[in-house]
Design a protein around this ligand. Structure first.
Ligand code: DGL
Length: 273
């Protein structure tokens, strides 16, 4: 008999839905509960302590929902809070940095660009992890905070997005063979990023690799769900503010493959004094 409990996935906003989508594609029998902290997005401009505190709120809420595994679908939270979350969590925890690093190391011939939020870039996490595996790699980093706002607004492939991408990425043109999209909001901007960098740069989106890590961990720990025709897998979408607005944005982010009926408004600060 499989473990039919849901996998919890969280992000500051709706960006982590890019990760949820890959998990659902790979593991269609798994129920998923997604939490977007839409009241407090963006995390990328916050301090380390605040990012950790918010990440703890998200984790506590999802554990209270009874999840069997936690996926931190936010690079900013993964870069700063993963160890804290592992300490507090009764369920196994998977971040997104590891998958991004693994995929980048496989793809690159040594010249890597890393883009992410201000906090993720400041953490130096990607650079340290890539250099551990490719000592001599040339790495260029750039925070791209406006990409989060563009993704949340649904402006992913228009003139404004193209101009922003061109400006942010101009120093990387011709200097990198691989670009890590070190923020889960960025994959929806792939067309604009390609417009800025051309077709030859490989774009690394950690979502696919992360879904592989989730599959592997479920298998090793014996936590996988069984297909159950009477109780098909469920996807729930929780947000901390503006459910209607985020339902529209979330649907656009997920595209046709995954249907979400509603966004549930939740308070995740209940344990704070
Ligand atoms: N999607 C998040 C990430 O992967 C954070 C965006 C933000 O809240 O600034 O880093």
């Amino acid at each position: 008999m499989g473990d039919q409990r849901a996998i919890g996935v969280f992000d500051s906003g709706i960006g982590g839905l890019t990760v949820l989508k890959e998990i659902q594609k790979r593991l269609p029998h798994e129920s998923l509960v997604y939490l977007g902290d839409t009241a407090r997005v963006p995390y990328g401009a916050k301090s380390k302590d605040t990012i950790i505190r918010y990440s703890i709120n998200n984790t506590r809420h999802l554990l209270n929902e009874g999840v069997k595994m936690l996926v931190v679908a936010c690079n900013t939270a993964s870069a700063y809070a993963l160890e804290e979350l592992e300490k507090m969590s009764s369920a196994p925890v998977i971040g997104v940095v590891e998958g991004g690093v693994m995929a980048a190391v496989r793809a690159t011939s040594g010249k890597v660009g890393v883009i992410g939020t201000e906090a993720t870039v400041r953490s130096g996490k990607y650079v340290t992890e890539i250099l551990k595996r490719i000592p001599g790699a040339e790495i260029v980093t750039k925070p791209c905070p406006l990409f989060v706002a563009l993704a949340e607004e649904g402006w992913t492939d228009n003139e404004v997005a193209h101009a922003v991408a061109k400006e942010y990425l101009k120093d990387m043109e011709g200097k990198i063979d691989t670009l890590v999209l070190g923020c889960t909001h960025y994959p929806v901007l792939k067309n604009s990023i390609r417009y800025a960098l051309g077709e030859n740069v490989k774009l690394i989106d950690s979502a696919e690799e992360t879904s592989r890590l989730v599959e592997e961990k479920l298998r090793v720990l014996g936590l996988g769900a069984d297909a159950d025709a009477d109780n098909p897998a469920l996807i729930r979408f929780l947000v901390t503010d503006s459910p209607e607005r985020n339902l529209q944005l979330g649907r656009r982010m997920l595209g046709d493959g995954i249907k979400i009926d509603r966004a549930e408004l939740v308070d995740i600060t209940w344990g704070d004094k």
